[in-house]
Design a protein around this ligand. Structure first.
Ligand code: MCN
Ligand code: MOS
Length: 754
C-alpha cells in the first residue's frame, strides 16, 4: 500500500540531508583535517603593494628559524606552468603562476611560501621575510580612464533599432547602477593538502569540480591528468569560489614534489580576499524608453566589470537585458576593465545577479515614472517567448510566481506613493523584482554497486558543496530500484570516481540525477537478466515484460509472491558485487571525448529548441528608521519555478539561502578598497559584513514549478543560484518606496540614506 511506497523517500519527496548528521556532529572530514603521515606546513607570503616589482626579498632569517625546511620565492623558484583559462577551454580561473618572476600585478599577491614542521613555525618564519618593492602607479577602480577596456562580445544584444526607438519614446528614464567587489567567504576557507608520492599527486582540496582541479594541477606540474587525484568529499561552502584551485594550491603541489613530503597550505581568512577573486565590481548605464500606457519600447544598456591585468573574467551585466520582458529594441554591450586586482571569478549567479539588479531597479523607476504598479508594469511587458534567442520558452511559470508571491505577501494593499506607509519612526516600503537563471546541461557518469548483503552504493565524482547532491542521488536510485533512499550510500567528490563536471551554473543536480537515473535503469535491466537467465533463480525463463521491481526485489507483476531479492541476485552473479557504470554520454563518445567533457566545460550546452530558465518573483517589506537611516528587512516572500523539485525541502533551503545572500548583498556586502594601494581593507569576517540570523526575517518561499522535460531528463530546472537573483533589486525598490530616495549603488548602507 501507499505507506510502503512513501518510505522509499525517493526523488521528488521531502527528505533531510543524508550528510547532515556527519556534518553537524563533526564527523565529516574537510580537506585540511586529514592527517597524512609526515606532513609539513606551508604559509603563503603575500605582496603589500599593488603594482611594480620586487627589488629585494630577504629570506635568510626565515630559513634559520626553528623548524623551517624551505622558503620558496622567485629567487629559488619551483617551476609552475601556465594553466589554460576556462575561457580558453581549460579549467583555470586565473592563469597567474606564483614565484615565477618579480612582477607584482595586485596587492595581496602570493609571492612566496615558507615551509616548516609546524604551522606556528611556518607562520613565525614567514613574518621574518623582508620584501622591498619598486612600485608603479596602480589602477585601483574599474572606471579609471587609464584602465584598458575590452568588449566582451559574447553577450552583445542587438534587437531592432534601440536608438531610434528611444528617441521616439514618450517616457524615458536612465540610471547608473553600481555593485562593489563582493567576496564569497564560505565558512571553510581555502586550504589544501598536497602529497607527491610515487609519481602521483594527491590533493585534498575543497572543490566544486574535482575534474577541473585535476586538469589545472596537471598543467601546473606538467604531468598527466591521471597522475593527479583530488579528494573532496565535503566542502564547507563555495558559492562559486571553489570551482578550481588557486595559486596557493600550485605552491603546495610544487613544494610537496620538491620536498617529498605532504604539505598543508591554509590561507588565513584575510589572505583569501586576495588569494582568489570574488565577484568583480560592476557599473551599468541603463536607459529605458516606454509609451505612456506602459509598453517598453527600447533599452540601451552598457556595463563594465573589473578584471585582472592577465585574465579576462567578464561579469556580464547584460545577461538578462533582452530576456525578461518583451522589448522589441535592445542594444547592449558589456566591457571589462583590466586593473591591479586578483582575477575575479564566479559568485552565486555571476552575470545574472548584477544584471538583474540594474534592470529590475530600472523597471521600478519606469513604473514610478508611469505611475503604474510595478507588478502590473511587468505584466504589461510579458514576454510570451524568448525574444533574444527567438525561441519558445520550455516552461515559464512566472505569471504563477507573480500571482502566488503577491497573494502571500498582500501586494494588492500597496500604495503607489513613496513615503506613504509608516509606523512610528519607521518608514515602511514594499518592493518587488523578478528572478531568473538559465538551465545548462553537461553529460556525466555514475556507477551503482550492489553488495552481497543487498546494500547499494552510488558513485560519482560530482560535488556536494552543501546543496544536497548526496541526498538527491540516493533518491534517484531509490525511485528506479524501489528501495528506501536512506539505505543507499552515496560516494562523491573524488576524481577516481565516475566522470562528472562542475557543481556550478546550478546544473549539477540535473546532470547527476539524469546520470544516476540512466544507470539505475541499466541496473534494473541487469537485475532482470540475472533473474530470468540464472537457472537457480525462481524467475528463470520468466518473460521480462512481466517483471517489476518492488521492495528490494524483482517480482512477477501478476504474482507478487514470485520474487527474488536483490541480495540473492547478487549471489547468483559471478563476482562479489553487481555493478553498472553508465550515464548520459552518447554511446559513440570515445573515452577521450568524455574526459575532455568533464575536464573542461566544452560539452556544456543549453537546451536548443526551447529557451529553458528557472523563474521567480520576490516581494519584500523593509522598515527604515528615519533618523538613523538603518534598513531592516521585515518580510521576504518569493515564489519560484524551478521545474520539478528533486527534493522540495532541499530546494527550499537553496532558495532561501540565496535570498539571504541577496539580503546581505543589498544591505551589507562590499569590499572596501584602499585607493592608495588597492588593498582590501575589510578583509575579514568582522569587517566584511554578511547577513547573520539577526538580519533575517521570516521567509516564505513558494514553489510554483511543474516538471519541464524539455529542460532536463528528470524535469528539474536550476535551483542553487535562483534565489539570490533579483533580491538586491527588490530590497532597493522597497527602500525607495519607504524613503523616496533612490540609491543606485550597493550596498544600501545608512550613509547613503541620510
Ligand atoms: N534541487 C532540487 N530540485 C531541482 C534542482 C535542485 O531539489 N530541480 C536541489 C537539490 O538539493 C540540489 C540543489 O537544489 O542538490 C542544488 O542544485 P542545482 O541548482 O543543480 O545546483 P548545483 O548542484 O550545481 O550546485 C551549485 C550551486 C551554485 S552554482 C552555487 S554558486 C551555490 C549553490 O549551488 N553554492 C552553494 N548553492 C549552495 N549551497 C550551499 N550550501 N553552499 C554553496 O557553496
Ligand atoms: Mo556557482 S557561482 O555557478 O559556482
Amino acid at each position: 500500500m501507499d505507506t510502503a511506497e512513501k518510505s522509499y523517500q525517493a526523488l521528488g519527496e521531502k527528505r533531510s540531508r543524508g550528510d547532515g548528521k556527519v556534518k553537524v556532529t563533526g564527523q565529516a572530514t574537510y580537506a585540511v583535517e586529514y592527517q597524512p603521515e609526515n606532513v609539513v606546513h606551508g604559509v603563503v607570503i603575500q605582496s603589500t603593494v599593488a603594482s611594480g616589482r620586487i627589488t629585494r626579498i630577504e629570506t635568510e632569517k626565515a630559513r634559520q628559524a626553528p623548524g623551517v625546511l624551505a622558503v620558496y620565492t622567485h629567487l629559488n623558484s619551483l617551476k609552475i606552468n601556465k594553466p589554460t583559462a576556462i575561457a580558453d577551454g581549460g579549467a583555470a580561473q586565473s592563469t597567474y603562476t606564483p614565484i615565477q618572476d618579480d612582477k607584482i600585478i595586485h596587492n595581496g599577491q602570493n609571492i612566496g611560501l615558507v615551509v616548516a614542521e609546524t604551522f606556528e613555525q611556518a607562520t613565525w618564519a614567514a613574518s621574518l621575510v623582508e620584501v622591498e618593492y619598486e612600485t608603479t602607479p596602480a589602477l585601483v577602480f574599474p572606471d579609471d580612464p587609464r584602465a584598458e577596456r575590452q568588449e566582451s562580445s559574447a553577450t552583445n544584444i542587438d534587437l531592432g533599432d534601440a536608438h531610434q526607438a528611444m528617441a521616439q519614446a514618450e517616457v524615458r528614464i536612465s540610471g547608473r547602477y553600481a555593485t562593489p567587489r563582493e567576496y564569497n567567504v564560505p565558512m571553510e576557507p581555502h586550504a589544501c593538502i598536497a602529497s607527491w608520492q610515487d609519481d602521483r599527486m594527491t590533493v585534498w582540496e575543497p572543490s566544486q569540480w574535482v575534474m577541473g582541479a585535476q586538469t589545472e594541477i596537471a598543467e601546473w606540474l606538467g604531468i598527466e591528468q591521471k597522475q593527479v587525484r583530488i579528494i573532496s568529499p565535503y566542502v564547507g561552502g563555495g558559492f562559486g569560489s571553489k570551482p578550481v584551485p588557486y595559486t596557493h594550491v600550485a605552491l603546495a603541489c610544487v613544494a610537496s614534489r620538491a620536498l617529498g613530503r605532504p604539505i598543508k597550505v591554509s590561507l588565513t581568512r584575510p589572505q583569501t580576499f586576495t588569494g582568489l577573486g570574488g565577484r568583480p565590481a560592476t557599473i551599468q548605464n541603463l536607459e529605458m524608453g516606454a509609451s505612456r500606457d506602459g509598453k517598453i519600447l527600447a533599452i540601451i544598456h552598457d556595463g563594465l566589470s573589473d578584471t585582472s591585468l592577465i585574465d579576462t573574467f567578464a561579469e556580464a551585466t547584460n545577461k538578462v537585458t533582452g530576456r525578461l520582458y518583451a522589448v522589441p529594441n535592445v542594444y547592449s554591450r558589456h566591457y571589462v576593465a583590466a586593473i591591479n586586482t586578483v582575477t575575479p571569478g564566479w559568485m552565486r549567479a555571476p552575470g545574472e545577479n548584477p544584471a538583474t539588479y540594474g534592470l529590475e531597479v530600472a523597471m521600478d523607476e519606469m513604473a514610478c515614472a508611469l505611475d503604474i504598479d510595478p507588478l502590473e508594469f511587468r505584466l504589461r511587458n510579458w514576454a510570451d517567448r524568448d525574444y533574444q534567442l527567438d525561441a519558445p520558452w520550455s516552461t515559464r511559470r512566472l505569471k504563477e510566481a507573480y500571482a502566488a508571491g503577491a497573494a502571500a505577501f498582500g501586494w494588492e494593499k500597496r500604495s503607489m506613493a513613496p513615503r506613504s506607509m509608516r509606523e512610528g519612526r519607521e518608514l515602511i516600503g514594499w518592493g518587488m523584482a523578478t528572478a531568473t537563471y538559465p538551465v545548462s546541461r553537461s553529460p556525466a557518469e555514475a556507477k551503482l554497486i550492489f553488495h552481497r548483503d543487498g546494500s547499494l552504493v552510488v558513485q560519482s565524482a560530482g560535488a556536494d558543496i552543501g546543496t544536497g547532491t548526496y541526498t538527491i542521488l540516493a533518491q534517484t536510485a531509490a525511485e528506479v530500484l524501489q528501495i528506501p533512499s536512506t539505505q543507499i550510500r552515496v560516494e562523491l567528490g573524488d576524481s577516481d570516481l565516475p566522470r562528472a563536471g562542475v557543481a556550478g551554473g546550478s546544473q549539477l543536480a540535473g546532470n547527476l540525477t539524469a546520470a544516476v537515473h540512466k544507470t539505475a535503469e541499466a541496473m534494473r535491466d541487469k537485475l532482470f537478466t540475472l533473474a530470468t537467465e540464472s537457472p537457480d533463480s525462481p524467475l528463470f525463463q520468466v518473460e521480462r515484460d512481466g517483471l517489476i521491481l518492488r521492495e528490494g526485489a524483482v517480482c512477477v507483476k501478476q504474482q507478487p509472491d514470485r520474487a527474488i531479492r536483490y541480495d540473492k541476485l547478487v549471489a547468483l552473479n559471478d563476482s562479489l558485487t553487481l555493478s553498472v557504470l553508465s550515464g548520459t554520454f552518447s554511446e559513440e563518445e570515445s573515452e577521450e571525448d568524455r574526459d575532455q567533457a568533464v575536464h573542461s566545460m566544452s560539452k556544456m550546452t543549453r537546451p536548443e529548441a526551447f529557451s529553458a530558465h528557472s523563474w521567480g518573483a520576490h516581494f519584500v517589506e523593509v522598515r527604515v528608521d528615519e533618523d538613523f537611516g538603518t534598513v531592516r528587512v521585515r518580510r521576504m516572500v518569493s515564489a519560484f519555478d524551478s521545474g520539478r523539485l528533486y527534493n522540495p525541502q532541499l530546494a527550499r533551503s537553496q532558495w532561501i539561502g540565496g535570498m539571504v545572500m541577496g539580503l546581505g548583498q543589498a544591505l551589507l556586502e562590499g569590499g572596501v578598497i584602499d585607493p592608495r594601494n588597492a588593498r582590501v581593507i575589510n578583509n575579514n569576517l568582522a569587517d566584511y559584513l554578511i547577513a547573520v540570523n539577526a538580519d533575517v526575517p521570516d521567509i516564505i518561499a513558494i514553489d510554483v514549478g511543474e516538471p519541464d522535460y524539455h529542460a532536463t531528463l528528470m524535469g528539474g530546472k536550476a535551483v542553487g543560484e535562483l534565489g539570490i537573483v533579483g533580491m538586491a533589486a527588490a530590497i532597493s525598490n522597497a527602500v525607495y518606496h519607504a524613503t523616496g530616495k533612490r540609491v543606485r549603488d550597493l550596498p544600501l548602507s545608512l550613509d547613503k540614506l541620510i
